[in-house]
Design a protein around this ligand. Structure first.
Ligand SMILES: CC(C)(COP(=O)(O)OP(=O)(O)OC[C@H]1O[C@@H](n2cnc3c(N)ncnc32)[C@H](O)[C@@H]1OP(=O)(O)O)[C@@H](O)C(=O)NCCC(=O)NCCS
Length: 178
């Protein structure tokens, strides 16, 4: 693993981050609250998955499915009447998978006050072909310093995800063999 964007292994031409960056906006209503009267975390997770799915589809040029969602962090409660903006972009690409970073902001729907950062998430999407098998994705080309930082941080998360998956598989295999 290096700190630089890897493009050499892909047969597809690269695509810049800005080509698929997307914002999904939604006003929260009373049907989306939990028992405490604030917006249910699952509603925010659904919006994050929707926005990330749009980005993954745009970047990969076809169907892409959620392989994992990790590090969904809720920083502030979201309330009824909040206009929520879910900003998503490709942080990193592998051969067939993409890490999509999602940043959730909220502002009162009828006030011109600055939006508050209320949550963040990282999702991995796999691009699939018509038979549901993983297919290659274009390498993402980070454009700004922030895009490059996100790319490098995504590589760290990727390494940890794979290591965790491998460690759990190895443990299960060793328990079966006992
Ligand atoms: C995601 C899916 C396509 C992976 O298929 P697979 O046969 O395991 O294929 P692979 O192991 O080759 O994985 C494909 C890519 O996804 C990545 N991936 C798979 N599972 C992952 C996980 N849990 N976390 C992170 N990345 C993962 C792999 O690292 C690989 O990336 P790379 O090619 O960039 O290195 C398959 O498990 C699937 O269809 N899952 C259901 C997805 C779905 O329906 N989501 C909606 C929920 S209702």
């Amino acid at each position: 693993m290096t700190d630089q964007p890897q493009t050499a292994h892909s047969e597809l031409p690269g695509k810049p981050t800005s080509a698929s960056r997307t914002t999904l906006s939604h006003i929260m209503t009373g049907s989306e609250t939990n028992l405490y009267g604030t917006v249910h975390g699952g509603v925010i997770m659904k919006l994050a998955d929707d926005a990330a799915g749009a980005v993954a589809g745009r970047h990969s040029g076809g169907p892409a499915v959620t392989a994992s969602m990790d590090e969904m962090v809720f920083l502030e409660p979201v309330r009824v009447g909040d206009l929520v903006h879910v900003k998503a972009q490709v942080n990193w690409t592998g051969r067939t998978s993409m890490e999509i970073g999602v940043r959730v902001l909220a502002e009162r729907w009828n006030e011109s006050t600055p939006a508050t950062h209320v949550g963040s998430a990282y999702l991995v999407f796999a691009a699939i072909d018509e038979s549901g098998k993983p297919r290659p994705v274009p390498p993402v080309i980070p454009e700004t310093e922030q895009d490059r930082r996100r790319y490098q941080e995504a590589q760290i998360r990727r390494t940890h995800r794979l290591a965790r998956r491998r460690a759990i598989r190895d443990l299960r295999a060793s328990r079966v063999a006992r």
